[in-house]
Design a protein around this ligand. Structure first.
Ligand code: PMP
Length: 346
């Protein structure tokens, strides 16, 4: 355990929470031993898989619902509709259950069976649609917007509704700043909506301005098949390649990403992310999903660029169990010529 490493219990452990939404956030920041050793840096992952709905998106879901409540558009017994890769849908449905709202979730049918099964289990009104690009009117985001217009439901609109990033600015960023004792050299994470990256980046910038210290380097982590790496590097959103990761990658600058401080980007191929996921699980006991692998890979690359002695933070967005049928399925991986966890490769 290095100096400043956080070994205190989960902050929620000492807090009485009035309800489930009160248990969102306050997640541990875990030192990633292998990544730290390999780079001579201290690399930390924010354990967002410990949220009640199992992902970082609980924060966005809660922030969006509380913003709609404050604006008076979401009334008791009201309905919220959203297009999601799954995790936002899980967060919205759970918060809606706790607060007495109804929730309609539109999701591409290509997302993992585990997320689909979990959404059904928790009572979401789930509408699966064929996977279509954003420019197609059948894309899940547009379907959810149309449903809201036709039925008078509240549209969460996580991609362009900046209540999403403001939730991270108000909670995730201050938690990181406090847990790191105000010493963060870089922050990196991937983008779906961009709410996490932009919200944490803005919140860290708020903190450095207040404390009069140097701003951490903000690095966007991108999978293959996403346009954001090119956007950061050369203002070119064109896309090449593909990724099996879910919930991340984007071909447009969302409302949440607009105006966010971003200093650099890393593009991570799936095999690099998968090897990291297997190592985190097999050697450090951390079960995480694909986007966390992309994030930690980007943190390692960022550490190598900065050199030894730096402190880098990333996000462990959700847990591996959500992707057992893909990332931990030897047949699925073999068919795609991707690496397999050594203990499953028999
Ligand atoms: N990882 C996972 C597993 C996700 O579901 C999402 C959200 N779709 C993200 C990362 C990206 O988070 P954000 O929407 O805040 O960019």
């Amino acid at each position: 355990m290095t100096e400043n490493a956080v070994s205190t219990p989960h902050p929620g452990w000492t807090t009485l929470s009035a309800d489930m939404p009160g248990a969102v956030g306050g997640t541990p920041l875990v030192r990633l031993r292998k990544a730290s050793e390999a780079t001579g840096c201290d690399i930390y992952g924010k354990a967002e898989f410990m949220n009640p709905g199992g992902s970082v998106k609980d924060r966005a879901a809660l922030a969006i619902i509380e913003d709609a409540e404050r604006r008076g558009v979401l009334k008791p017994g009201g309905t919220i509709v959203e297009g999601t890769a799954g995790n936002t849908g899980i967060g919205l449905t759970l918060v809606a259950n706790a607060r007495g709202y109804k929730c309609v979730i539109v999701m591409p049918e290509t997302q993992s069976q585990e997320k689909i099964g979990f959404l059904r289990m928790i009572g979401a009104d789930l509408r699966l649609v064929p996977a279509k690009p954003y420019r197609d009117p059948g894309n899940y985001v547009h379907v959810s917007r149309r449903l809201s217009e036709e039925n008078g439901w509240v549209w969460a609109n996580q991609f362009d509704n900046v209540a999403n990033r403001e939730g991270h600015r108000a909670t995730t960023a201050p938690e990181i700043w406090q847990q790191m004792g105000g010493k963060v050299d870089a922050f990196t994470c991937a983008c779906g909506t961009g709410g996490t990256l932009a919200g944490v980046a803005l919140g860290l910038h708020d903190a450095v301005k207040r404390d009069g210290v140097t701003a951490p380097r903000i690095v966007l982590a991108d999978p293959e098949g996403s346009g954001l790496y090119g956007w950061v590097k050369s203002n070119d959103l064109s896309v090449s390649g593909s990724s099996i990761t879910e919930g991340i990658g984007q071909s447009r600058v969302t409302g949440n990403l607009e105006g966010s401080p971003i200093d650099d980007a890393e593009r991570i191929p799936d095999p690099e992310a998968l090897e990291i996921i297997y190592s985190l699980l097999g050697e450090e006991g951390l079960s995480v999903g694909g986007s966390s692998g992309i994030n930690v890979a980007s943190a390692i690359r960022t550490a190598r660029k900065l050199g030894p002695g730096h402190r880098i933070v990333t996000i462990l967005c959700d847990g591996g169990a959500r992707y057992e049928s893909k990332l931990f399925n030897p047949e699925f991986l073999r068919a795609k010529n991707l690496p397999i966890a050594p203990w499953l490769n028999k």
